[in-house]
Write a protein that binds this ligand. Structure first.
Ligand code: GLN
Length: 221
């Protein structure tokens, strides 16, 4: 989905259907079970990254798919489409319920838009989970997509190579929201509020698993 030099992990074949995890696997007791909302957008890439960091990835399309999950990822894509499909499949209430129960939820790009308290200038179905206000397509059109190295406060080591695709920006953060990364001009690009994590960029499109590992640590496994 991005015309960059970034490649998904070697073992992931993007154009092939994702295999659902087999039940009763022997490593079930230790693997963190992470759902990936699979209605539209870049969900396959998250599945690949989760497997790379040793988690069990489960595609979520129906409320019952949330059962038994330790955490959930909302991928990038088109937030209006994902929001409408969430409503159609009865997922909006179910995800809000899981978040209120403390389930760690990570939204990337469109996923971040869905998690925001409000979307400036747009009326669209969202989850309104996190105390942030976002602006969609804040950096311009598809051709204005860009990549840059970011210092992320909770990650050690080298800066994180971040891929922005028609990205939203976080224009307001509430008191309880911790800012994790910003662009040199001050634009906030990653934030956390308790069990909720958002990035306006796509870590699943790089080979760097540190943000997924950090998210797994939020699931306490
Ligand atoms: N532009 C999309 C939206 O507003 C988000 C893009 C993305 O997820 N890469 O929903």
């Amino acid at each position: 989905m991005v015309g960059s030099t970034q490649r998904p992990p070697q073992d992931i074949k993007l154009r092939q259907p994702v295999q659902m995890p087999k039940s009763g696997r022997s490593d079930r007791a230790i693997a963190t079970r992470v759902g990936v909302l699979a209605l539209q957008g870049a969900f396959v890439e998250h599945v690949g990254m989760l497997r790379q960091v040793g988690a069990e990835a489960v595609l979520v399309r129906l409320p019952r798919d949330l059962e038994g999950l330790d955490a959930l990822i909302l991928p990038g894509g088109e937030s209006t489409t994902i929001g409408k499909l969430m409503d159609e499949w009865g997922l909006r209430g179910a995800i809000c319920h899981a978040a209120q129960g403390g389930m760690p939820i990570y939204g990337t790009c469109a996923g971040m838009i869905l998690m925001a308290r409000d979307v400036i200038g747009h009326s669209q179905p969202i989850l309104s989970l996190m105390d942030i206000s976002v602006r969609r397509n804040a950096f311009g059109r598809q051709v204005d997509s860009f990549e840059t190295d970011l210092q992320i406060s909770v990650l050690s080591g080298q800066p994180f190579h971040a891929v922005f695709i028609r990205a939203p920006l976080i224009e307001r953060v509430g008191e309880k929201v911790e800012v994790l990364a910003s662009l040199p001009n001050g634009t906030i690009t990653a934030a956390r509020e308790g069990n909720l994590l958002v990035t306006s960029f796509h870590p699943e499109l790089t080979n760097d698993p540190r943000l997924h590992k950090y998210f797994l640590s939020m699931a306490g496994r």
